[in-house]
Write a new protein. Sequence first.
Length: 599
Amino acid sequence: MMSSYRFRLIFPLSLIVLLVLASLGAILGPFFKEFYLERMSDRIEKESAAVVYHLQDINLNDEEFLQNTIVELADRLDVRITIIAGNGEVLAESTTDPKELDNHINRSEIQSVIHGENENGRETRYSATVGKELLYFAIPLENEEGDGGFLRLGLEMEELNSIYQNIWTLLFVSFFIAFLIILILASKLTNQMVKPIEDARRVATELAKGNFNARTFEGANLETGELNRSINVLAENLEQITQTYENQQERLETLIENMGSGLILINTKGDITLVNRKCNDIFEEDTEEWKNKLYYKVIKHKKIIKFIQELFLTEKPTRKQLKLDVGIHFRHFDVHGAPIIGYDEKLKGIVIVFLNITELKKLEQARKDFVANVSHELKTPVTSLKGFTETLLDGAMDDEKLRKQFLTIIANESERLEGLIYDLLELSKIEGAHFQLDWQNISLDSIVDEVFFMLNDKAKVKNMKLSKKVVGSTNIVGDPHRIKQIIINLINNAIAYTPEDGSITVRIKEQNEAVLFEVEDTGIGMSKKEIPRVFERFYRVDRARSRNSGGTGLGLAIVKHLAEAHHAKLSVDSIVGKGTTFRLMFYKQQREAGNDKEG
């Protein structure tokens, strides 16, 4: 493009220069030719005067002498000399025999003299005698005898033509050199003018392509330099604006894609224009395929479609809690919808945010269940205490047998109430933010022996057999008091849910980086659907059996939280009617796991 611009600038300039030089040549060429023609005319006029002066004393009738004299003068002056009588007869001729020439009275130069148009006759024409173009000059000629006639000199035009040719050659060469010099200078000046413009065009093209790092050389030229400086400032501003926009866009995209809530943007036509990554998890499908499709064709939940339709109709911010069946589960969402209003107060679309509150709902339900269970668990012993106390106050106190029986029941219920409160306080402490473990090197084998000693009498009541099997080292790093609490709760739970004459086996097996701890019983077992809930607070597989055994329903919940504090892996295997196995994988060394409860 710039080459075309250069051509369009240089070509007219070159054409103008060429026309000026050609015009100048056309003027100077004839001028020089006329100049040299005048010089030749002056010369031949002077030479004619000299010949006339020389012929004044010569008799024109003496043809031989006249011929010799004319030839001699012609040789000296390097001209053609012709003596013509008044009647046109050639008396003498320097180039040929005068007798061979015809009458010259009708020659144009002679006629000019005869008719008195000029004192002399001048004519340029071709001579058949000498076969060349000559400049003729004729004047009247008279001698002392009074004989009249004409003197004519002829000068060859070859010299003038040669000079004229040399002049044209000189003019052509000079003008050609001048044209080349002007063309080179014009090209250089054009390049100096075009280069900044070319740089500006290049930078403008790069800016149009999005390359805002492009810069142009400013230079010292006032006009183009100012232009290029302005372009550089523009490029710098565009780069800053683009960088700011890209940063904002990147931050916005990062925020949208990594926000914990699902986001859907729908335009006024009903097409989904934006859907973030979280929606994949919420709806358990590839929501990227929803883009640029009508919302009611891709969203399967009628509640959401109805919510969107209401939002389009009202054009007001709306909030609802929806319960949706996603996959095989029900999920709860806090759905916020808002219209997008443009500067012209017209609707541009709507935005919908899905906040998954399923866990909050579960926690809320768990809190309700916890309060209900605690109330129920506390109500039973408190009712017993109140009932038996009132009975004693009403007169049973006087009967020693009844008094002793009632006081024993009151003591047992008080002990049960105390255990329940203790477990609640322990569970609250374990779940607290400031709970810490006293990490020590301990032996699981030794702790199991201590627990067996503590619970042996309770097992004998049901004629149960407690046994253990140890393979390898049982040393780990943990809190001995909390590990003992885990083992007590697991074995106590096994005793509670195992019928009489059953057996409870504790296995401890060393592995590469851990020690496997198992408590296996031959109890009633439980179904697979009950296993995930067995660690919930107050959950009992057999409520009557658990309550009769004096259990609080919090033991396994405490086991779960203490296992997590030790970073142990907890699992359960159970078969209904055959028994249950609780399995814990303790690591030999303390592990860093960013747990707030770790000490």
